[in-house]
Write a protein that binds this ligand. Structure first.
Ligand SMILES: [Zn+2]
Ligand SMILES: [Zn+2]
Length: 641
């Protein structure tokens, strides 16, 4: 009999008659959750037939690629529902995205909430009908004819860009959509679906073209997963840093100042100062030197650094002073290089570690700006290390240790690390000596192992100027953020002719390391606000203690308590309003103040305070001095919760 050999990741093999479908193979393997298959690495429909020997891996919803196919098929389902409800609607594109899917459609008007409701209901009906999803290939001319007849002008435009003579479609009942696939075998696998909303979107992202409606949705194989997703979404909404930033008076971005330019209000500025002080302490202990550098520099400097050739589009336009062109800095590197190069360096002073909270400016389109997470002014906790090649490993170990220590203080414990290396297949893509690369990559890997850090190798992901390590942390909602980055650079030392005098009394070229632990203070603050839902731990809290007098006659004692707290270095306020103390407690809770000290007759007489904690509740009376000790210990230890 004519057979093909199917190999699996676990090393096992299966012989099946040539022409067997992947669905049959999945059944034979007991892969009941399979949505789609990777055949020799290529995502393929389960209905496809095996015509030759192949390695096969079945993908489920849990696999990112499987999930992506699931959501892509859900987008088709959305389009099918739209076409049934609005037969004149014209379809554009409908891809899966990070979290769900969307479809861009033209219905000639904005969609109302009732429309979305109806679309969602129809999607559920269509899914429950368990329609078979079929791949059909048509000759190009036939595809054009179909879309012309249907007046699907967006699809026709897409079709123009496809050079192939045969075009693939996916069909479920009477609904056809031009698509490369792959797709789920049937719609019944989509057991839970939610249309999340819609917004205007220009055809092809071009504001001169038609305004379409982008309908967003999410779907799952199990209704319980949808339930959990919606809860997470609600929690994220509750924690939205833009909302909390306003409610807690932490920061604002004012139209009059400009989009993406952050105003740190006093309460936000306190948090930032605490973060900066913490980092300063850590870096001082690790032999860093602090510098301050200008916000602008001559165009020629950016020419020499190479930014003009590869980063110009992200830079603010220039300023003219006394006939000289100056540019606002998008990065701090050239300045730190200038500090290094300002005098002769000896091998004895290496590594030179220069640190700065440097505010840089980058042009981001106004459409992508998002609260503190995407801004146009970025204060990096930046540093550059200049070292000899043999020092790389130790420096990287130090940086990993620093990164984990710092992030632990903010309650980030689970992480992922990527080590980005050269693509061995395209050595020409990278600048610098291959031998130096070799050694540097080995040093990075050795450092990761020495520090016991779990990491993933990413060949081909290195910068053209050097390999790098990226550290991602997971926040309280399980969202992943890239925070720490450590990048080796073999190019800038070359471009600026950096040197140090070696033991042999001859000039040598140092290696340069760019690194940021938090990334950008603006973005990190946005992440922290959401991570803590605005309830900062004591060491970061803008207002640590609020003193609440029970009645007017306790005001003097309350002020005295507040002043003694301040003298002890605690950030304290008092609430002297003529309100009931219960109301004052409620308000302090709204402001997420960690400690509330209630003072009345008994407290004033005995020099005590009645302590209430934001989450732990009533802690009872204690001498003021005892409370101060306790609070100070909590601040000094930088307890994360
Ligand atoms: Zn599609
Ligand atoms: Zn840099």
């Amino acid at each position: 009999m004519d057979e093909v050999v199917v190999r699996f990741a676990d090393g096992s093999e299966l012989r099946v008659p040539r022409g067997t479908t992947l669905a049959e193979v999945a059944r034979a393997r007991g892969e009941s959750q399979a949505l789609v298959a990777l055949v020799d690495g290529v995502p393929t429909d389960l209905s496809a037939r095996l015509e030759r020997d192949a390695t096969v891996r079945f993908l489920r919803f849990e696999d990112p690629q499987g999930r992506s196919v699931f959501w892509h098929s859900s987008a088709h389902l959305l389009a099918q529902a739209v076409k049934e409800l609005f037969p004149h609607a014209k379809l554009a594109i409908g891809p899966p995205i990070e979290d769900g899917f969307y479809y861009d459609i033209d219905v000639g008007r904005p969609l109302e909430p009732e429309d979305l409701q109806r679309i969602e209901e129809r999607m559920r009906e269509l899914a429950a009908r368990d329609q078979t999803i079929e791949r059909v290939e048509l000759p190009r001319a036939e595809a054009v004819r179909r879309y012309q007849e249907a007046g699907e002008r967006y699809k026709l435009e897409l079709l123009e860009a496809i050079p192939d003579e045969r075009v693939s479609f996916y069909r479920q009942d009477g609904f056809w959509d031009m698509c490369r696939g792959p797709h789920l075998p049937r719609t019944g696998l989509i057991r839970a679906v939610k249309v999340l909303g819609s917004s205007g979107a220009y055809w092809r992202g071009d504001e001169r073209r038609e305004m379409l409606q982008r309908v967003y949705g999410i779907s799952f194989p199990d209704p319980a997963q949808l339930e959990a997703y919606l809860q997470r979404l609600e929690e994220a909404r509750r924690r939205d840093h833009r909302r909390l930033g306003r409610e807690l008076d932490l920061f604002s971005i004012e139209e009059s100042v400009g989009p993406g330019l952050v105003l740190w209000h006093p309460r936000g500025a306190v948090v930032r100062r605490c973060i900066e002080e913490f980092l300063r302490e850590e870096l001082d202990r690790r032999g860093y030197a602090w510098v301050y550098t200008p916000h602008v520099a001559r165009e020629a400097l950016w020419e020499q650094s190479g930014h003009l050739s590869w980063y110009r589009d992200n830079m603010f336009s220039g300023i003219e002073i006394e006939g000289q062109r100056y540019l606002v800095k998008p990065m701090n590197c050239p300045f730190h290089i200038a500090v290094y190069a300002s005098r002769t360096r000896s091998y004895r002073e290496l590594p030179v570690r220069l640190a700065e909270f440097g505010t840089v400016y980058r042009y981001e389109r106004s459409g992508v700006l998002h609260g503190l997470l995407r801004v146009r002014m970025i204060t990096q906790d930046d540093a550059h290390i200049f070292c000899a090649p043999h020092q790389i490993e130790d420096e990287i170990c130090g940086l990993l240790d620093l990164a984990f220590r710092v992030h632990r203080a903010f309650g980030f414990s689970s992480y992922e690390v990527t080590l980005s290396l050269r693509d061995p297949a395209t050595p020409d893509k990278y600048a610098g000596d291959p031998e130096v690369w070799e050694r540097a990559e080995a040093a990075l890997e050795a450092a990761l192992r020495r520090e016991g850090v779990a990491y993933t190798r990413a060949p081909g992901e290195a910068n053209f100027y050097g390999p790098k390590i990226d550290v991602y942390f997971f926040d309280a909602l399980g969202r992943k953020w890239q925070l720490t980055t450590v990048q080796l650079d073999f190019v800038l030392p070359e471009r600026f002719g950096l040197e140090y005098v070696g033991e042999d009394n001859r000039p040598h070229r140092p290696v340069m390391v760019h690194r940021a632990i938090l990334g950008s203070l603006e973005r990190f603050f946005g992440i922290l606000i959401e991570h803590y839902a605005g309830a900062f731990p004591l060491w970061l809290a803008p207002e640590q203690v609020r003193v609440l007098p029970v009645a007017d006659r306790h005001a003097a004692y309350a002020q005295d308590v507040r002043d003694r707290l301040r003298a002890a270095g605690l950030r304290a306020e008092s609430d002297l309003r003529a309100e009931k103390v219960t109301k004052k407690v409620r308000d302090a809770q709204v402001w997420k103040v960690p400690y509330m000290l209630v003072v009345g007759d008994r407290e004033a007489e005995g020099g005590t305070v009645s302590v209430r904690h934001r989450t732990a509740g009533d802690l009872g009376p204690m001498p003021l001095e005892a409370f101060i000790q306790r609070a100070r210990a909590e601040v000094t230890s930088r307890t994360a919760s």
